[in-house]
Design a protein around this ligand. Sequence first.
Ligand SMILES: [Zn+2]
Length: 211
Amino acid sequence: MLTKDQFCVFLDAGHGGIDPFGNYTTNGKKYKHVTGKFHEGTTFYEGVSNRIITEKVKRKLQEKGYFVVVVNHPYLDTTLTNRVKRANQMSKAFLHSIYISNHSNAGGGSGFEIYTSPGITRSDKLAQFYWDNMKKEFGDEILFRPNTTSIYQAKEAKFYVLINTSMPAILTEHMFFDNIDDATLLMNQSFIDRIVKVQVESVENYFINVS
Ligand SMILES: [Zn+2]
């Protein structure tokens, strides 16, 4: 029987945030929209959005008695090696851990997708809870972009944080920040809170499933 103090949730907000001088630290992960009101004028900062979601999830999980470690820096874009090394090292103190990397997408498109490492692993269990809870929460409100070649809806990729973590790991792509409608949703408090709710529920589903 796994107890909450034997279980650690590692959270990773992708990229960097805003430094003490007010400068965004990951120039490659931002998008200047023609219109709208985002983090700085019409510009959306992915790393800032990822941090808002991650911090809220952390607080909610801690309220429920979970042990949570945020592996990203408050604003620096620390290397993936650094983030993963931190999680792998700290996870040794726990019987079981999971790793969730929060991102949003870009490159033309809309909607939600989720990634795991190639092959079927325990990560797929966590990803499936997440997918199902997202579906339950958002239904037809947003686009769902599944893996069409597998019985699991998570797409597969050899992302560094997915293949080098020693624990089940997922990477979420919450909407496309270079799509004006998606970016607008990501600025909406209640939309963010629903994503946070889904992430917390999915951790709980997974914890109950393995304990
Ligand atoms: Zn990203």
